[in-house]
Design a protein around this ligand. Structure first.
Ligand code: PFF
Length: 476
């Protein structure tokens, strides 16, 4: 039986509020931790150019598609897709990609909170003595002062070995996320975004200027913008495409949900473009914040996932005022992570409200609590359950621990499936007049959008899906 969908009636108070919340959702660990990590590992320029092409040719049309569905539907993702389908004489079965998205968002927030917990720990370590130093009127040297690389590596290892520490950080971060979502769209999510996003941009600009003064900006520009096309292997293209989807929060129905809180006005095309431009600008600025510091100290840009937690803390502690800027750097990531995690938790929460008729508090508590429990399994995978391989029977995940399995399964399977179904639905099933009038695009822009969403997106996303699942096709 199909549950009747109830609109929550909640909404953004202005277009600016929606843009801040949506940019806040897009800008997160993906921009500041994953993008520089991937760019560093993949050799820089060629990856960066290919990534930018993916954002604007595939990501942007999908951003507009998701916002369109939410704008028309005015309720949770499943109910919204059903409504667009009904108005387009298509099957209500398409709503399945809303459900896949809601499950993916629920799974992603579980490990996202664990990773954000590491950031919280580092913010605490790096800023721990700040108040003491101010009180004593002494220069702030930071807890890492004088530590060598081995000691900083040891600190990361010690953190992973401590389930209690990881759990406390995960609990704190998930608690904040749950608290904001439970307060609702305008007094929770919107308020958080309107305070945190301006703070985020001030911190970002400050850190980029610091990097430009103290670090090696010329080497960074050369690294990020000089393409060596031989480095653009199929694997690199695959990871650039996947990163573009993740960074723009696509495939998890996040923008459908946020779009459903837009009450009036159109201009969806320019809003979507703004989100894509802002997200990409932040990813590039994150590169311009991190690599000058890494290069200045002569470290390796290809350090991988430990770039932010090991390479960078070491680099900071060798630089002038590095303790303070290192602390601010982790605060910056934390702010970005909160505005993203609330958007993730909001997707299943809205589903519970719209499809099950639960109160917001109940729905947020059920999904926030559930994600917290899955997150515990993820963090135990670094210590007591380090031998557990949840999808060990599947060669693709044979070696992956719990957190990487949840990350890999959502990123390589659920997210591309969600994006693929979205593009087929909008490109081939949705009513053309409804698309035209709701988006308010000019005829030329509309034609380009329809071409990209009907042809390029499904084909390219299908390629990501297949090559992601069967890397042997790429000869990997
Ligand atoms: N876009 C976020 C990031 O780059 O960190 C991750 C994310 C947030 C994905 C919200 C999906 C989502 F709905």
């Amino acid at each position: 039986m199909v549950a009747t969908t109830t609109s929550t009636g909640e909404g953004w108070s202005s277009r600016t509020a929606f843009i801040l919340a949506a940019v806040g959702a897009a800008v997160g660990l993906g921009n500041i931790w994953r993008f520089p990590t991937l760019a560093g590992e993949s050799g820089g320029g060629a990856f960066v150019f290919f990534y930018i092409a993916c954002v604007f040719l595939l990501g942007l049309p999908l951003v507009l598609s998701e916002i369109f569905i939410g704008r028309v539907g005015q309720t949770d993702a499943v109910g919204s897709i059903r409504k667009v389908a009904a108005q387009s004489q298509s099957s209500p079965g398409w709503a399945v990609f809303g459900a896949i998205g809601a499950i993916a968002a629920f799974l992603i927030v579980s490990f996202y909170s664990v990773v954000a917990g590491w950031v919280l720990y580092y913010a605490g370590v790096m800023g721990g003595d700040l108040v003491d130093a101010i009180m004593a009127g002494e220069p702030f040297r930071g807890a890492l002062a004088g530590e060598d690389q081995a000691q900083i590596q040891q600190r990361l290892g010690d953190m992973f070995a401590s389930p209690g520490l990881l759990l406390a950080m995960h609990l704190a971060f998930m608690g904040v996320t749950l608290f904001i979502v439970a307060r609702g769209v305008s007094s929770g999510i919107e308020k958080a975004a309107t305070y945190l996003m301006p703070m985020f941009f001030v911190l970002l600009v400050g850190l980029v200027i610091y990097g430009a003064i103290e670090g090696d900006i010329a080497e960074t520009a050369a690294f990020l913008f000089t393409p060596d096309w031989s480095k653009l292997t199929p694997q690199v293209m695959n990871s650039a495409l996947g990163q573009a989807l993740f960074s723009l929060s696509l495939g998890v129905a996040g923008l459908i949900t946020y779009g459903s809180y837009i009450k009036e006005g159109s201009g969806l095309g320019s809003t979507s473009a703004l989100i894509a431009v802002a997200d990409t600008a932040v990813a590039l600025l994150a590169g311009f914040m991190i690599f000058p510091i890494v290069f200045a100290v002569g470290l390796d840009p290809a350090a991988g996932p430990t770039l932010v937690f090991q390479t960078l803390p070491f680099a900071f502690q060798t630089m002038p005022a590095g303790a303070l800027f290192g602390f601010l750097f982790f605060v910056l990531i934390l702010v970005a992570a909160v505005t993203s995690s609330i958007s993730l938790l909001e997707v299943p929460t809205a589903w519970g409200i719209g499809e099950r008729g639960w109160s917001r508090h109940k729905s947020a508590l059920i999904f926030g609590g559930g994600a917290f429990l899955i997150g515990i399994a993820c963090l135990l995978g670094y210590n007591v359950w380090s031998d557990v391989r949840p999808l060990g029977f599947w060669s693709l995940f044979a070696e992956t621990d719990i957190l990487d399995t949840v990350d890999g399964f959502t990123g390589k399977v659920m997210l591309p499936v969600g994006a693929l179904l979205t593009s087929i639905f909008i490109g081939w099933k949705a009513d053309t007049n409804l698309l035209r009038t709701t988006t308010g695009l000019s005829p030329i822009a509309f034609g380009i959008w329809r071409f990209l969403i009907a042809w390029l997106c499904p084909i390219a996303v299908a390629i990501i899906l297949v090559t992601g699942l069967f890397p042997s096709i790429l000869g990997a």
